[in-house]
Design a protein around this ligand. Sequence first.
Ligand code: ASP
Ligand code: MG
Length: 448
Amino acid sequence: MIIMKFGGATLQSAKHLTHVAQLIQQRQHRQPVVVVSAIGETTNTLEEASSRAVAGNCDIEAITAFHRSICDQLTIDVTPVNALLTALERILRGVSLVGELSPRSYDSIVSYGEQLSATILASLLHIQGMEARPCHSGDLGLITDGCHRNAKILDSSYVQLNASLAQLTAAGIIPVVTGFIGRSSDGATTTLGRNGSDLSAAILGAAVGAEEVQLWKDVAGIMTADPRRVQGALPIERLSFDEASEMAYFGAKILHPSCIVPAMQASVPVRVCCVREPHLPGTAISKESSAASRAVKAIHTKNEQVMVDITSTRMLGQAGFLGRVFSIFAELDISVDVIATSEVSISLTLDSDSHISDLRDRLGQFACVEIEPEVTIVNFIGCHQSPSNFLSEALEIFRDHDVDVLMISHGASKVNTNVIVRDSEIMRCLQQLHDGMIVNLRTAPQQN
Ligand code: ASP
Ligand code: MG
């Protein structure tokens, strides 16, 4: 069994949907379970419609026209789509009457994006001769806690999901499952957080012990760098789960950070595939990294970060100092990203400067605090074989371009090294870092 998850951009028009149907058809022998996001930007449109409803304005004309026109172009029966649109309108009308949007109503409203796309894609597969069925993931057994807008799956779901999906696929049916949503045990529709349909795919993959979870996107794979900032960025062929999860956080926005956790725990391989170039291998993510890779695999950056330097001579030889410092971060609900410590100082980065003056006051009672705003985390992934080689090369490039290194942190996972520099200086050397450390060391990607 394989999971084939399609993101909103890959489904954005009748033409895109037809292409997706073809990709599914070609993989029918691998028993696909399809997972879909909402078509195009529908989730955003639904969010806007819910805000307008709170203001007393119930209007789903744009959503209706868009989905109906796709049905017309695909020549599929519009009846089930109309039924969903009517139900959606009823909820929006309710919201407009009470003038209030509860998290429960929000989830119910935005869930229609995925319900519409699953219904449309299943009908399309059907008229092309495949046995397909649209499925609300909650009906298959994806049960979550009741934390609307950010629900967590209950462990008991996995057994039920496995049973329902096995039954459908054994009957030769292709399930077309709503990503992003689930259902709480009291029957209300919940959502897993924006961009949550990768997570849905990983959950289903873990539940059925899939051969592979394929995340189909309109990009060539996970890239060696952000193509908007670096010329000649390439798709990465192989990543380990550790590398992928570190990257998801540090700038490679194409994966939801927590999305691969269920696949990782179940050792189910994940592949990021590109709808525009389906013959290419994309990026494979599995337990093992590529054999004996000495090279850095990716360089991503995260700018507009805040660096905090905390120095205290009282820290010298003191047990519990770090605990004291971090309890303040916890109390102020500030999450720390990169960190490096020495005997008398701690340097760390935060991704926002909210609460910064409270932080300064609290820490200032026993330490000297310096704040440096506008710094960039430069994240090097996959350098575990030779951190000393790669670091000397990187530092040389920073030095040659007059870029000050403010902090270095080599993570416990050993696949991840972060270097902190100023926002104003990084673009002087990012291209050279990528050219020197990745492009020159790589052979061209192989076709399959
Ligand atoms: N449609 C949802 C969103 O846009 C989920 C997803 O795309 O993964 O957030
Ligand atoms: Mg989306």
